[in-house]
Design a binder for this molecule. Structure first.
Ligand code: NAD
Length: 499
C-alpha cells in the first residue's frame, strides 16, 4: 500500500506519530493508500522550519519570487494530467472535471505571477511642507491553509500561491481523504525553485488542525470546508490572535423566471447540480421555479438527468463519478429516502444505484425532488451529493424572499431574459457570488471568491485583491527631509497638522 508522508523543508518527512488514516479509491471501495496523521509535535517542527525559511523568503526580491512562480506555472501546466489522475484516484471525480479544477487553480498561480503590480503600494508627495507619505504592504510570516476533500488541488491553490508571492511561508493541511495532490503541488514548487521550507504540507486530522490553530508561530489561517468546522476555526484562531478567513458550506439556489429559456435553464441546472456528483460548494442544490413553469422545467431536468452516465472517473465515458466515502453516500441516500415523508415528490430516486464490475464503489444515482418544503431536511441541510431540490414560488419577490431566508449565502443564480429583473436580483439577493444566466459563478482569479452569512466567517474573501490583503499587512511611512538650508523647526508640543 502507498504511504503519503509530510513534505517539510523541501523533502519528504515520514510520519512520526504512528497514526495513519486510510485513503480509498471511491470507484472500487478499496483502501489504496495510508496517509500520515501529524501530532502536535510534528506540527510544531514544521512551523519551526517555515519560520526559519521566512527569515530569507520574507526579504526576497519580487524578481526572485516571480521567477519561481513563472517556472511553477509552466511545470503545473505540463503536469495537468498527472495531477488530475491523482485527484480522480482519491476523490473519484471524472478526469475532465479534475482537469477543470487544475485549470482554475492555475489561474491563481497566474495572478501570483503578476504580484509585482499588485504590491506596488501608494505614495503621496508633499502632503505637508516637505512631507511625503507612502503605504506599503508586508508579509505576515508563517500562514496555514486547511482545505477540504472536494477540491484537493484547486482550493490549496486558492491560498498558497498568493501567500508565498506576498513573501509568507506556508503550511498546508490538506484533507486526509485525498492527500496526494497536495504533495505533488509542493514537489513541483520545489522543482520550480521555491526555497526549502517556504511551502510545507503537513497531513493530519483534528489533532493537526487544532495544533495549527493554537500555535503562536502561525500568523494567519485560511480555511475552506464545512460550516460547523469553519465556525470552530474562526472562533479558535481569532481567540488565539490570528487573522482568519474561514469559508464554509452552502445551499446554492437558482431562480428561474417565467421568461427564461427553459432548455438553457434545465441544461444549467443539471450541469451545476450533478457535476462532481454534487460535491461542490458552488453546486446548485435548489431550483426555485417562478410562476407556472415548474412542471415543464422539472420535466426537462428529469429528461436530461436520466441520460447522465455514471461510472469510474478514469473511464472517459463517465460523466459523474462516485461519492467520496460509503458513509457519505449513505448519508446522501438518507435525505432522498426521507424526502417523501417530509412532503416532497420524488421524481428521480438515485439510491441503490451501482455500477457493474465496481459493486464496492461509493455509487449513488441522480435524485430529483420536486415541491420540496422549506422546513424539510433535504432543503435545510447541505446534502453535498447528486440531489436537486425544486421549490415553487408565485412571484419574483417570493422567490427572492425564500432564497434570502437561507442561512447560507455562497452562490446564487438567476435565469431570465429580463435585464431589469436580473439587475434587481443582483442588488437584492443576499449572497457573495451571483450568476446571471451562469449557474456556477466562481469568480475568475483576479476577482475574489467568498460567500455571505454562514458560508464565510471573517472579513476577507479568498484570492484576488482580498487574498493579497489577507496575506499582507499595511504600513504607512511618513517622511520629512528638511531642506539643508532650512533652520531647525524647534520644539512644538502641539499635535502635528499639515501645513
Ligand atoms: P470538512 O469541514 O469536514 O473538512 C475540511 C478540513 O477540516 C479538512 O482538512 C479536515 O481535516 C478538517 N477538519 C475536519 N473536521 C475537523 C474538526 N473537527 N476539527 C478540526 N479540523 C477538522 O469539509 P469536507 O467534508 O472536507 O469538505 C466539504 C465541505 O467543504 C462542504 O461543506 C463544502 O461546501 C465546503 N466547501 C466550501 C467551499 C467554499 O468555498 N465555501 C469550497 C469547497 C468546499
Amino acid at each position: 500500500m502507498k504511504t503519503v508522508n509530510h513534505w517539510i523543508g523541501g523533502k519528504t518527512v515520514e510520519g512520526a506519530s504512528g497514526n495513519y488514516g486510510p485513503v480509498t479509491d471511491p470507484a472500487t471501495g478499496e483502501v489504496t493508500t495510508q496517509v500520515a496523521l501529524a501530532s502536535a509535535d510534528e506540527v510544531d517542527a514544521a512551523v519551526q522550519v517555515a519560520r526559519e525559511a521566512f527569515q530569507t523568503w520574507g526579504q526576497s526580491s519580487l524578481a526572485a519570487r516571480t521567477k519561481v512562480l513563472f517556472a511553477y506555472r509552466a511545470l503545473l501546466d505540463a503536469n495537468r494530467d498527472a495531477i488530475a489522475e491523482l485527484i480522480t484516484a482519491e476523490h473519484g471525480k471524472v478526469h475532465s472535471d479534475a482537469l477543470g479544477e487544475v485549470a482554475r487553480g492555475l489561474e491563481i498561480v497566474e495572478l501570483a505571477c503578476g504580484i509585482t503590480t499588485q504590491l506596488k503600494g501608494e505614495l503621496s508627495t508633499s502632503v505637508s511642507s516637505r512631507v511625503d507619505v507612502s503605504s506599503i504592504r508586508q508579509p505576515l510570516g508563517v500562514v496555514a491553509g486547511i482545505t477540504p476533500f472536494n477540491f484537493p488541488a484547486m482550493v490549496p491553490m486558492w491560498m498558497f500561491p498568493l501567500a508565498v508571492a506576498c513573501g509568507n511561508t506556508f503550511i498546508l493541511k490538506p484533507s486526509e481523504k485525498d492527500p496526494s495532490a497536495a504533495n505533488k503541488l509542493a514537489e513541483l514548487a520545489s522543482e520550480a525553485g521555491l526555497p526549502d521550507g517556504v511551502l510545507n504540507v503537513v497531513h493530519g486530522d483534528k489533532v493537526a488542525v487544532d495544533a495549527l490553530l493554537a500555535h503562536p508561530g502561525i500568523a494567519a489561517v485560511s480555511f475552506v470546508g464545512s460550516t460547523p468546522i469553519a465556525r470552530h476555526i474562526h472562533t479558535t484562531a481569532s481567540a488565539n490572535g490570528k487573522r482568519v478567513q474561514a469559508l464554509g458550506g452552502a445551499k446554492n439556489h437558482m431562480l428561474v423566471l417565467p421568461d427564461a429559456d427553459l432548455d438553457a435553464a434545465a441544461d444549467a441546472a443539471v450541469s451545476a447540480a450533478y457535476g462532481s456528483a454534487g460535491e461542490r460548494c458552488m453546486a446548485i442544490s435548489a431550483v426555485v421555479a417562478v410562476g407556472s413553469i415548474g412542471d415543464a422545467l422539472v420535466e426537462k431536468i428529469r429528461e436530461r438527468a436520466e441520460k447522465i452516465k455514471i461510472g469510474p472517473g478514469n473511464d472517459p465515458a463517465s460523466e459523474m463519478g462516485p461519492l467520496i466515502t460509503a458513509a457519505h453516500r449513505d448519508k446522501v441516500a438518507s435525505y432522498v429516502k426521507g424526502a417523501a415523508e417530509q412532503g416532497a415528490d420524488v421524481v428521480l430516486d438515485g439510491t441503490g444505484y451501482t455500477v457493474g464490475g465496481f459493486e464496492n464503489g461509493h455509487w449513488i444515482g441522480l435524485s430529483l425532488l420536486d415541491n420540496v418544503k422549506t422546513d424539510s431536511d433535504a432543503y435545510r441541510d447541505e446534502i453535498f451529493g447528486p440531489v436537486l431540490c425544486v421549490l415553487r414560488a408565485e412571484t419574483y419577490e417570493e422567490g427572492v424572499a425564500l432564497i434570502n431566508a437561507s442561512p447560507f449565502g455562497n452562490g446564487t443564480a438567476i435565469f431570465t431574459r429580463d435585464g431589469g429583473a436580473a439587475r434587481r436580483f443582483q442588488l437584492e439577493i443576499e449572497a457573495g457570488m451571483v450568476g446571471v444566466n451562469v449557474p456556477i459563478p466562481v469568480p475568475v482569479g483576479y476577482h475574489s471568491f467568498g460567500g455571505w452569512k454562514d458560508s464565510l466567517f471573517g472579513d476577507h474573501h479568498i484570492y484576488g485583491n482580498d487574498g493579497i490583503h489577507f496575506y499582507t499587512r499595511g504600513k504607512v511611512v511618513t517622511t520629512r527631509w528638511p531642506d539643508p538650508s532650512e533652520a531647525p523647526a524647534g520644539v512644538d508640543l502641539g499635535f502635528p497638522t499639515s501645513r
